[in-house]
Design a protein around this ligand. Sequence first.
Ligand code: APR
Length: 186
Amino acid sequence: MQVRINDVVISVNTGDITAWAGDFIVNASNSGLYGGGGVDGAIHRAGGPQISAECAVIRQKQGGVMPGQAALTTAGRLPNLGIIHTVGPIWKGGGAGEAATLAKCYISSLELACARGARSIAYPNISTGVYGFPRRLACETALAAVVDYVQSTDPGKLPLNLIAFVCFEQDNTQLYEEMLRTYVTV
Ligand code: APR
């Protein structure tokens, strides 16, 4: 399913994000950029050791990545232009600014991608696995952040034409589809 906001298509589908062939894949990483399980493990496995090596360089240079921030590596063996490693918030009940931090993950990844002239970017459902963020709130937060970014950026300065949400689990796909229906369908 997809909707169009200005000239940008926002799509949702179910699958393994490592099979997505667009410009930049976003990874749900950790502050140390140590490859973990979940989508992080899948991206590191599919991309190979080059990604971990570049993560180590970032770690040495800047001591890691704060929640809400993002850092770029190449995509190793994957065909994409790069991997954007962002660090989602760990859910602590909602009173620790988790939603604001999650929104920042989506925005800082978009900013990084756009600075590189990205035409397309794909997101997993950041923080909704090991980090325990409630899925409905995560979906609302992700879509609101991305739509706001698209609507508030001068179209002439936005290289993107596709923002994809690649959900691994069907319940997340359903949430995104439900939420996307509140926007204009293509
Ligand atoms: N493609 C797309 N989505 C995936 C994939 C995949 N191959 N594998 C898992 N997912 C989904 C999960 O179903 C979940 O909805 O990614 C979402 C995020 O889950 P996690 O990968 O657990 O990420 P997160 O909750 O942000 O926790 C991050 O987990 O793996 C570690 O190093 C990582 O410490 C970090 C933490």
